[in-house]
Every structure is written in structure tokens, then in C-alpha cells.
Design a protein around this ligand. Structure first.
Ligand SMILES: Nc1ncnc2c1ncn2[C@@H]1O[C@H](COP(=O)(O)OP(=O)(O)O)[C@@H](O)[C@H]1O
Ligand SMILES: N[C@@H](CCC(=O)OP(=O)(O)O)C(=O)O
Length: 284
């Protein structure tokens, strides 16, 4: 089976970009040229008739640069304040860029409680559905400034990798693309182990593969490969394919969608009885 070919027909796509793919390493400020490519790629997918949801990190990084802090803050309340400044800036720029391509962007900020509480989860699902029906592009992040789960428990739900998989499952997406600072999954962290080998396709995510995913390599990233594999577990069990690809050049989005060999592909394998809440509860 050529799993890559099937990517061409995906109809509902969630795309997650990490902070490290959005900012200049040296200054911590937004890489505007890259953002333009990201927005153009997403707008073009939308013009092809696909539903697209963008999950974007970057609020804390953008906020701390705007406030003149030299490095990523450690104290929770400082991170939360940075995120309040950064999220507004980030969204302002997304709105502007999407508008240039005649697209309507919408913002949804989620917390773990949104997903755990049955009523809130239903509201979230309905809002996503309606936003997609209305032809908008939902832009999602964690609601860092009012919730501490996300910034403190970064190994569990508090990470946009996991959040994007939960959203993919919630809205019945058929593809999740995680754009990171690395080409995909390797047998070990290639930043520390030069012998690590690239893995092109994962048909079954077993314990051996899961143990390969280590923490983050960069100062700005948070979850590393470990949370991306948790995301793969949720997305594939919900029946969506997932691709981890390098967000160094966002043109990779259309290359992945054309079925070309970019990134690591995790093949969706819908569990007969898939209950999203079971997965969310495991993350608490
Ligand atoms: N097995 C692995 N394969 C690839 N990368 C890995 C692996 N284990 C750990 N990593 C690290 O995960 C990093 C990507 O995650 P992260 O820093 O959170 O980036 P992002 O902000 O883009 O999500 C890589 O740069 C790499 O150092
Ligand atoms: N919600 C936080 C970032 C959380 C996160 O997952 O970051 P990353 O590892 O860069 O995707 C923010 O917007 O700064």
C-alpha cells in the first residue's frame, strides 16, 4: 500500500507549528517571511476545498521578545504574562496575513478543562464545526495566561503537540501535520546521537518506537519528540494519519499533501472503540 499517495485525498487537516519554527533563534522575534509562507500554504489548501485548522505555539516566545526579556521565562506568572502579550501579537499578524489571501481567521484558545469537561468539549466541537462550515481557518493555542496546566505540565497535555492531536480526534480530521525543527522521527535524538537513523513510515507505534522519542533539543521548544509520539498515538487511534516534518521551510506542507516523501508518516489505524476522553484522562 502506498500510504503517501493517500495523503493527496485528505479533506480535513490540522497543522501544528512549534515556536522554534516561527521565530529567529538569535533574537526570539517572529520570522515574518516564514509566517507568510505558512499562511500562503494554508490558504492554498483551503482554496483547494480542504478544511484546515492551524495550531500555533509562539505566544510565550513572541511575548518575551516584545517585552525585552532575554531568554524564555521560567516563572509561571511571567510566562503567563508573556503569553498574554504574545498571543495578541501573534493573532494580529495571522489575521493580517490571512486577510491578504482573502481568508477569514478565527481564534480558539483551549485549556485542559475544555477537553475534560463534557459540556465544554461539546461546545468546542460544535464551534470548530461551525467555523469550518463558515469557511474560516481556526487558529488555536493553549490559553496559557489563565491556565497553569499547560505551562507547568509540559510533558502531558500541556503541549501543543498533544493538543493538536486531541483537536484532530475531536473534529474527525483525517490528517495531522506537526511541523518541527527536525525532519521527523529518528531512532534517537540526532542532536545528541550522530548515529540516529531517520524513520520514513510508522505503520504501528509500539513501545520500542515510543522509547525513541526524547525531550526537546532547542531552548524555545518544549515537548520534544516524546510529546509528538503521544500525539501520534492519539491521532492514529482516532483514524487520522500524522506526519512530523521539518518546519524550516513551510513549503513542505504542499509537498507532504502531494504525497511526496517528506517527514515521518504515522499511518492512521482507527481503534474499533475509540473514546477520546480515555486518552485525555490518561494525560491528566
Ligand atoms: N527520536 C528523536 N527523533 C527526532 N528528534 C528528537 C528525538 N528525540 C528527541 N528529539 C528532539 O526533539 C526536538 C523537536 O522538538 P521541540 O524542541 O519540542 O520542537 P518544536 O518546538 O518544533 O515542537 C528535536 O530538535 C530533537 O532535538
Ligand atoms: N502555548 C505555548 C507553547 C507551548 C508549546 O507546545 O510550544 P512548542 O513546543 O514550541 O510547540 C506558547 O504559545 O508559547
Amino acid at each position: 500500500m502506498n500510504y503517501r499517495e493517500l495523503l493527496k485525498d485528505k479533506k480535513r487537516v490540522v497543522i501544528k507549528v512549534g515556536s522554534s519554527s516561527l521565530i529567529h533563534k538569535e533574537t526570539g522575534r517572529l520570522d515574518l517571511r516564514k509566517l507568510e509562507v505558512l499562511v500562503r500554504e494554508i490558504s492554498d489548501l483551503h482554496n483547494q476545498g480542504k478544511d484546515v485548522v492551524l495550531v500555533t505555539s509562539g505566544a510565550v516566545a513572541v511575548g518575551s521578545a516584545a517585552l525585552g526579556l532575554n531568554e524564555r521565562p521560567r516563572e509561571l506568572k511571567v510566562k503567563q504574562a508573556c503569553s498574554a502579550v504574545g498571543q495578541a501579537r501573534l493573532m494580529m499578524i495571522y489575521q493580517k496575513l490571512f486577510a491578504e489571501y482573502n481568508q477569514m481567521a478565527a481564534q480558539i484558545l483551549m485549556t485542559k478543562n475544555t477537553m475534560v469537561n463534557n459540556l465544554n468539549r461539546m461546545h468546542a466541537r460544535n464551534t470548530f464545526e461551525e467555523l469550518l462550515t463558515l469557511n474560516t481557518i481556526p487558529v488555536v493555542n493553549e490559553n496559557d495566561s489563565i491556565s497553569s496546566f499547560e505551562l507547568e505540565a509540559l510533558d502531558s497535555f500541556g503541549d501543543n503537540d498533544t493538543l493538536s492531536a486531541v483537536i484532530a480526534a475531536l473534529i474527525g480530521a483525517d490528517l495531522l501535520i506537526l511541523l518541527s525543527d527536525i525532519d521527523g522521527l529518528f531512532t534517537d535524538d540526532p542532536n545528541t546521537n550522530p548515529d540516529a537513523k531517520f524513520i520514513d513510515t510508522v505503520e504501528k507505534l509500539d513501545e520500542k518506537l515510543k522509547s525513541m522519542g526524547k525531550g526537546p533539543g532547542s531552548k524555545v521548544g518544549t515537548g520534544g519528540m516524546a510529546t509528538k509520539l503521544t500525539a501520534a498515538e492519539i491521532a492514529t487511534a482516532a483514524g487520522a494519519d500524522m506526519v512530523i516534518a521539518n518546519g524550516g521551510d513551510f513549503h513542505v506542507i504542499h509537498k507532504v499533501m502531494e504525497g511526496r516523501n517528506y517527514g515521518t508518516l504515522f499511518v492512521g489505524n482507527q481503534k474499533e472503540e475509540f473514546y477520546l476522553i480515555d486518552y485525555i484522562e490518561k494525560l491528566l
